[in-house]
Design a protein around this ligand. Structure first.
Ligand code: C2E
Ligand code: CA
Ligand code: CA
Length: 762
């Protein structure tokens, strides 16, 4: 889940990044378009303005020419020219744009001229140059002002733009042509004001395609651009340009007619893309033509783009940082969860899961040796029960703290559960390990002061070593556990997992394994040991289990019953023994015709099994045995378990006439009050007393006390382990009721028992 979220988080980031990037491109494109549009409008405006300025400029010149004409001609011919020079000078003074005048006859012969030269020195103007002649001829054909081509006037030492205008008599015949030489530098300064940065302006004469102005190429630098019409190459360019106009739905012709301004892209194969404008000035038959490199657009838009990219980067750094924070927050959260899952809440120590997950750093191929210690507090349950869990918890926290502080660096301490701790320690030499264990025991046995109460506790430690005692965690743990149980016997001590313990463990697992198939293999049998009355008659028999295994030989019941209990096999084994003994004795009683008691040993696990009593009664009933002839032998260890439940079960059995005998009596610590509480019929004095009571006064006193106590409470007293006659006689004197032991009979098989029963009946 966490992984998925993490993955999705970054996917989301990349999606956002992609979207952001697309948006950036889109915005940048739109900005480009906007800038281009702005520039188009600007160019449109500029072209229009230039057209107006140009028109205004030439109109002004035309007005001056008209005035001049009226001054020079009276309708019949040239007026008196006496004052003509002073007139010229005053006009030249007022109008700085004019470099000079001339008036010619229709044939080009100069009639009047503004400079001081003698007329005879001035050649016919029509021979001045071919362009001049061409424009002069045009002027003869029209009433309007004719703009000529640019030329260098040597006399004036200037670049001149000539203007021509014909003067007619009343009949309409041309009598003269007035020419004005405009100072090109003056006109240029007007047009120059119309140049915006990055733009170029050209003004052409229509039809002839002569330039009269080119902003970036003044005539003194590039005279050929003015003295010749457009080259074929340039015209081709304009043709390409006009085809672009066509794409925009316009032609040069339509522009001539409408006077509109066209702004279009102009793609030149060698000079890149331009934004160009064309506008026609019909009054003076001029083309106003601007061009603008797209660099200008790029320059302008680049600023926007830089802002875009910078903001994009900034935003995404912020977003990235945000995602990074969320991600690390998630990481931290899952780390915390993992920490919680792998640590004990109370002591904050790592738990079993942590141990499982991290064992690979201890166990691997070629790993150095280390040791595992199983630490179990002695009688911690008592503390919990007597003073409460609150103190128990505080004590565990303190134990954990002491474990941590008294251990060498690099030790892994794990709370295994309850009052059990596990330690993985790099130490592995016996001597040093023993010292470490002793330090630990000392540390833990120091008194605990918890909320002004003082406690002490013992600890048992079992130690196993890697790779000596196992190469897998569970092997090492079980080895340390076994060693710990061994240590428990002497309390507040430690024990190593030794070869003997190892052998015991191997035997244990072998027994456990073999026991599971013992019933099917019919390896289990039952022997019966007679119980005799004072008068020597047969009272009953105790059923004792026997197991002979192919691999293990005879296994004593003490051993396999314990293992059966621990491995959970006891209920099944117990039922088998009970069923078989009841069946065999039922059969024998019927066969022999004599009735006697059957004592059955019932272990702890069996007793607390659900439905035990019901099943037990049913078995007795099915063999038609009298329930009052059945005795159940229990030991005091039973009362360590849930007492309430056990007392209830005992009463249930008692109500069904089953007798109850307290086995191995005198070895445990049953209280008098408990004996009174339980529905007991019989006390079995433990066989260990038989060895001592004849010689040891204390032991004899104990046996006497047991008999007196039992009698007082109304129990019958059975002595087990009676091996000698004198033991029997002394017990008899002391008031014992029943006897069991080798003196009368060893535990015997069913057929021997049959003989025994027949013999004792007599
Ligand atoms: P226990 O119930 O105290 O059984 C008496 C033990 O004393 C038996 O050992 C018996 O053989 C032994 N014994 C009898 N007379 C003498 C004697 O004169 N001298 C000496 N030294 N020993 C004598 P066993 O058969 O080896 O049984 C040992 C224990 O195993 C039993 O102790 C009982 O606790 C347990 N056990 C045996 N069979 C069963 C069974 O079927 N079910 C259960 N739950 N436990 C059983
Ligand atoms: Ca017994
Ligand atoms: Ca016994």
């Amino acid at each position: 889940m966490g992984y998925l979220f993490k993955k999705n988080l970054w996917t989301l980031f990349y999606i956002l990044f992609g979207l952001g990037l697309s948006l950036l491109v889109l915005i940048s494109y739109m900005q480009y378009k906007n800038v281009e549009n702005d520039l188009r409008m600007e160019l449109n405006y500029l072209t229009n303005a230039t057209k107006e300025t140009t028109k205004h400029y030439f109109t002004q010149q035309e007005i001056i020419l008209n005035i001049l004409d009226r001054q020079l001609f009276d309708g019949k011919g040239i007026r008196n020219t006496e004052n003509i020079h002073s007139l010229f000078q005053s006009i030249l003074k007022i109008n700085k744009a004019i470099a000079g005048f001339s008036v010619c006859g229709p044939e080009g012969n100069v009639l009047i001229i503004s400079n001081e030269k003698k007329l005879s020195e001035i050649p016919n103007l029509r021979h001045y140059n071919s362009n001049f002649n061409m424009m002069f001829k045009k002027a003869l054909e029209t009433d309007r002002l004719v703009i000529g081509t640019v030329f260098f006037d040597k006399a004036l030492n200037r670049w001149i733009l000539p203007l021509h205008k014909s003067i007619r008599d009343k009949k309409g015949n041309v009598v003269a042509v007035t020419s004005v030489g405009l100072r090109l530098d003056n006109a240029q300064s007007i047009w120059k004001a119309q140049i915006e940065p990055g733009t170029e302006l050209e003004i052409f004469l229509d039809d002839s395609w002569y330039r009269i102005y080119y902003s970036s190429h003044p005539p003194f630098r590039n005279p050929e651009l003015y003295t010749k019409p457009l080259s074929i190459h340039d015209l081709e360019h304009f043709e390409a340009g006009s085809s672009l106009l066509k794409e925009a739905g316009m032609t040069f012709d339509s522009l001539r007619k409408s006077g509109e301004c066209a702004v279009v892209h102009f793609k030149s194969p060698d000079a890149g893309t331009w934004l160009v404008s064309w506008q026609y000035l019909p009054e003076y038959r001029l083309w106003i033509h601007y061009h603008l490199t797209t660099d200008r657009i790029l320059n302008k838009v680049t600023n926007y783009w830089i802002i875009n990219v910078v903001s994009f980067i900034f935003i995404f750094i912020v977003v990235y940082y945000l995602f990074y924070i969320i991600n690390s927050f998630e990481k931290r959260k899952s780390k915390e969860l993992l920490y919680q899952a792998m640590h004990d809440n109370l002591t904050k120590l790592p738990n079993r899961m942590y141990l499982q997950k991290n064992i690979s750093s201890w166990i691997y191929e070629g790993a150095p040796p280390f040791s595992v210690a199983f630490i179990d507090l002695d009688n911690f349950k008592n503390i919990n029960d007597s003073i409460g869990h609150h103190y128990g918890d505080l004590m565990l926290v303190e134990v954990a703290r002491r474990l941590k502080t008294s251990m060498p660096k690099g030790t892994m301490i794990v709370r295994h559960g309850g009052d059990e701790f596990i330690m993985l320690c790099r130490e592995h030499e016996t001597k040093k390990l023993s010292q470490t264990a002793q330090t630990l025991i000392k540390a833990i046995s120091e008194p605990y002061e918890i909320e002004s109460m003082e406690f002490t506790i013992g600890v048992s430690i079992g130690i196993s070593r890697y790779p000596l005692d196992g190469t897998k965690l569970f092997e090492l743990l079980s080895a340390a556990d076994i060693a710990m149980y061994h240590a428990k016997r002497s309390k507040n001590s430690f024990a190593f997992f030794t070869s003997e313990l190892k052998a015991l463990r191997n035997r244990y697992s072998l027994i456990e394994q073999e026991l599971r198939s013992a019933i099917e293999k019919e390896e289990l049998t039952i022997v019966y040991q007679p119980q005799i009355r004072k008068d020597g008659t047969l009272h009953g028999v105790e059923a004792l289990a026997r197991w002979k295994n192919k691999k293990l030989g005879h296994i004593p019941p003490d051993e396999f019953i314990k293992i059966a209990e621990e491995s959970g096999f006891m209920p099944r084994l117990g039922h088998y023994i009970i069923d078989r003994a009841i069946k065999e004795i039922g059969f024998l009683q019927k066969k022999s015709g004599s009735v006697f008691c059957l004592s059955l040993n019932i272990s702890i696990r069996q007793f607390s099994e659900k439905g035990f009593v019901e099943r037990f009664l049913k078995t007795i009933d099915s063999c038609s045995l009298d329930p009052s002839s059945i005795v159940i032998e229990i030991t005091e260890s039973l009362f360590m378990e849930e007492l309430e439940l056990i007392v209830e079960t005992l009463h249930k059995l008692k109500r069904n006439k089953i007798n109850i005998s307290l086995d191995d009596f005198g070895t445990g610590y049953s209280s008098l009050s408990m004996l009174r509480k339980l529905p007991i019929d019989e006390l079995k004095i433990d066989k260990s007393f038989m060895e001592t009571f004849m010689v040891d006064k204390e032991s004899e006193a104990m046996v006497k006390a047991i008999i007196t106590l039992g009698k007082t409470l109304g129990f019958s007293i059975l002595a087990e382990g009676v091996e000698e006659e004198k033991q029997f006689q002394r017990l008899n004197e002391l008031g014992c009721d029943l006897y069991q032991g080798y003196f009368f009979s060893r535990p015997i098989g069913l057929s021997d028992l049959e003989k025994f029963v027949i013999e004792y009946r007599r």
